[in-house]
Design a protein around this ligand. Structure first.
Ligand code: NDP
Ligand code: MG
Length: 399
């Protein structure tokens, strides 16, 4: 970050500005116009939504992944000073631009990896929402953060909570912080109490109805299958250098405790708050200071009780699959991630059932060869191969 950064508003790039995390980030930024300036906004294909945000926030750059969408955006923004870019190169450019201080990495899925890597290599303050970056390429991404001199702040509410209750400066240093284990909380999703039989008949509309959080469709389905928690176990492994057996998943249906850290002296520290992503976003933007996030006080009398249960990886096999690939290492997590993206997309389109999601992922993992991770290019190739295998599995199983 430039030395005069504190004296002027911080320039913020929001990758995935039209999504739920992107919009929550803009909401927090709008509360602090003297401290943050929207430098660049990006989207995939939703042109009208990005055009409206550009009119409101007047960023220097706007990027659409899709070239035709970028042309449409250019037309909609005719006469404005916003420069419109397109493609992966445009995303990487605004993630690494020399005038950018902060990058919110909030693209969904594997598509977020390369822009997040560009921000890491350019030494930015990265607010990482895109957990798939760490699932696919945890070792390479953490190396790039260190080599680029970037500052990595987790935005996923659980990891942000863990970061808040870790000893200062302990990101990626679990072992020497006196930490015994991480307690990663999970709401349990909308089907926490559903029987195995009921799970077979789950529809996309039911799965999209999360009890506590308003999120994009992919992460909402991941929350219903518990794959989201599985991805978060892998995310915690890389962020906090935590082996799989030091991460325990605790189902906590109220989503008030966002996660906990247990120390060797028996102390357990927790971060609590209303389930509102603006809290971790504000924390990431202002760290180590605190700023108003627009989030109301926690009404403990109304909440009245906090419940805890063990997760059930028989009814929710995605959680077990994620622990398995973490232990396997190498390219296994990238394969799981790609297969999951295809499976979630197929489920949302009504092409496969809810319980086919873990079956498809397991089928792809069984058919794949796991190799050590060597480069981002290799992981992109692995990702593409796994997607092809997932499509083949789908055709075989559904014909
Ligand atoms: P949304 O689906 O709401 O938004 C996704 C954003 O990414 C949109 O701006 C979308 O653009 C853009 N996008 C989609 N595909 C591509 C692509 N191929 N290339 C470039 N941009 C793309 O997702 P969320 O905001 O819910 O989640 C974003 C990330 O944050 C995910 O990784 C999720 O796991 C993580 N996260 C989210 C939380 C939440 O509460 N929502 C909590 C914790 C983590 P367009 O609008 O044009 O499609
Ligand atoms: Mg989370």
């Amino acid at each position: 970050m430039p030395s005069n950064a504190a004296s002027r508003p911080q320039n913020v790039t929001i990758l995935g500005a039209t999504g739920t995390i992107g919009l929550n980030t803009l909401d927090v930024i709008a509360r602090h116009p003297g401290q943050y300036r929207v430098f660049a906004l990006t989207a995939n294909s939703r042109v009208a939504e990005l055009a409206a945000l550009c009119q409101q926030y007047q960023p220097r750059f706007a990027v659409m992944l899709d070239a035709d969408a970028a042309e449409n955006l250019q037309t909609l923004l005719a006469g404005s000073d916003t420069v419109v870019l397109s493609g992966l190169a445009g995303l990487e450019q605004v993630a690494a631009h020399p005038e950018v201080d902060v990058v919110m990495a909030a693209i969904v899925g594997a598509a977020g990896l390369k822009p997040a890597m560009a921000a890491a290599q350019a030494g930015k303050r990265i607010l990482l929402a895109n957990k798939e970056t760490l699932v696919m390429a945890g070792s390479l991404f953490m190396q790039a953060v260190q080599a680029g001199g970037a500052t990595l702040l987790p935005i996923d509410s659980e990891h942000n909570a863990i970061f808040q209750v870790m000893p200062p400066g302990r990101l990626a240093h679990l072992q020497d912080g006196g930490v015994r284990r991480i307690l990663l909380t999970a709401s349990g999703g909308p089907f926490r109490k559903a029987s195995a039989e009921e799970l077979k008949a789950v529809t996309p509309a039911q799965a999209l109805n999360h009890p506590n959080w308003v999120m994009g469709p992919k992460i909402t389905i991941d929350s219903a299958t518990l794959m989201n928690k599985g991805l978060e176990v892998i995310e915690a492994h890389w962020l906090f250098n935590a082996p799989a057996d030091k991460i325990e998943v605790v189902v906590h249906p109220q989503s008030v405790i966002h996660s906990m850290v247990e120390y060797v002296d028996g102390s357990v520290l927790a971060q609590l708050g209303n389930p509102d992503m603006r809290t971790p976003i504000a924390y990431g933007l202002a760290y180590p200071q605190r700023i108003d996030a627009g989030v109301g006080s926690l009404d403990l009398f109304k909440i009245a009780r906090l419940d805890f249960e063990a997760p059930d990886s028989v009814r929710f096999p995605c959680l077990r699959l994620a622990f398995d690939v973490l232990k396997q290492g190498g390219t296994a997590p990238a394969i799981l991630n790609a297969a999951n993206e295809v499976a979630v997309d197929a489920f949302l389109k009504g092409a496969i059932g809810f319980q086919d999601i873990p079956r498809l992922i397991e089928g792809v993992l069984e058919a794949s060869t796991i190799t050590p991770v060597t480069s981002i290019a290799q992981l992109v190739e692995v990702d593409q191969q796994a997607r092809l295998q997932a499509q083949e599995w789908r055709q075989l199983e559904t014909c």
